[in-house]
Design a protein around this ligand. Structure first.
Ligand code: P6P
Length: 339
């Protein structure tokens, strides 16, 4: 049975192209891949092994954690803390920087992650996934990493990607040289290269936004969506389609495959709670922006490139508008006109 290119083979080939790399990075990716396989298994067996439903805890965001949020977070920590590739980690599910147990060596990378994005979908058998971003520890930093070490803008990411637990389990990631997708072959337990060099379509007819919040939207967002809804009879002269999966990973993966634009913008309701957006910059917006930009799309807050934002805290939120270049450019132009 022909196996195809495994994700490990792919990264060893990548490593051979980069002079002087130590193999640390490839080994870190391998640990992340194993963590994603383990989370995929936990998600797949769901109710059969009693891991659905709410845990009796809240995360830093004040959101009730699902049992699978806690399980997935523990899997990511356990797989990545021991090998000496990371210096520390940070997660949506943990208030502070995670410092490694003293017996483990420290590496040169910082790993941030959302262990189970869209976890409210677990109880309804909907798509969920894991998002991760790898940064370098600042040059010359000594001792235990601090929160400040993590506060790097998205353009400093070394690697970013996600695992999507849908009808099949996929990993999609970038190291800044394009985007590649790998599908888990359950028969052999390996991720196989199935979507080499993923490119985002310029033109599209799909948009992705939670229209339940329409009454809170700012005028530029309202204008863009109203024009999509007006279809052929409206200024866009074509019909559009709306999808909302309740998990940004699933919505943005569809955008990568079909083209389109995903919006979780700021609005009056969020600003009333002193929140810039709903989605978190370091472990949701930045990694997904890196993937989208490397696939030829754009990722904006509406007025700024997401990856150029300077984070001020670990769990900072930001508005997210990302996808096909021409659509994001149009939405940004509406924001600039409204200023
Ligand atoms: P709403 C999941 O909780 C998440 O963080 C994203 O993955 C998703 O796109 C969004 O929130 C859904 O938010 O307000 O529609 O429930």
């Amino acid at each position: 049975m022909p196996i195809g290119t495994t994700i490990t083979e792919y990264f060893i080939e990548e490593q051979r192209r980069i002079k002087g790399v130590s193999g640390d990075f490839t080994a870190l990716i391998n640990d992340i891949v194993i963590a994603c396989k383990a989370i995929s298994s936990a998600v797949r067996y769901g109710s059969l092994v009693g891991v659905l439903g709410a845990a009796d805890t809240e995360n830093i965001q004040g959101e009730t954690q699902k049992k699978l949020d806690v399980i997935s977070n523990n899997i990511f920590i356990n797989r990545n803390e021991w090998a000496g590739h990371v210096a520390a980690m940070a997660s949506e599910e943990m208030a502070d920087v995670y410092h490694l147990p003293t017996q483990y060596p420290r590496g040169k990378y910082l790993l941030v992650f959302d262990p189970l994005d869209g976890s409210t979908n677990t109880d309804v058998n909907g798509p969920v996934g894991t998002i991760f971003s790898i940064m370098r520890r600042p040059e010359g930093a000594t001792g235990e990493p601090t929160e400040e070490d993590f506060l790097q803008s998205g353009v400093r990411q070394v690697c970013a990607g996600y695992a999507l637990f849908g009808p099949s389990t996929m990993m999609v990631l970038t190291t800044g040289h394009g985007v590649n997708g790998f599908t888990l072959d359950q028969r052999i337990g390996e991720f196989i290269l199935t979507n080499p060099n993923m490119r985002l379509r310029e033109e599209t007819q799909d948009f992705s936004i939670n229209t339940a919040y329409m009454r809170f939207w700012d005028p530029p967002v309202r204008r863009y969506i109203d024009e999509c809804l007006a279809g052929k009879e409206g200024p866009r002269r074509k019909d559009f389609n709306m999808r909302w999966a309740g998990a940004m990973i699933a919505d943005i993966h569809r955008v990568l495959i079909n083209g389109g634009v995903f919006l979780y913008p700021t609005d009056r309701k969020l600003r009333a709670k002193n929140q810039e957006g709903k989605l978190r910059l370091l472990y949701e917006a930045n990694p997904m922006s890196f993937v989208v930009e490397q696939a030829g799309g754009l990722a904006s807050t509406g007025t700024q490139r997401i990856m150029e934002l300077q984070p001020t805290n670990l769990h900072q939120r930001c508005p997210v508008i990302m996808g096909s270049k021409s659509e994001v450019e149009r939405i940004v132009s509406y924001h600039l006109e409204a200023q």
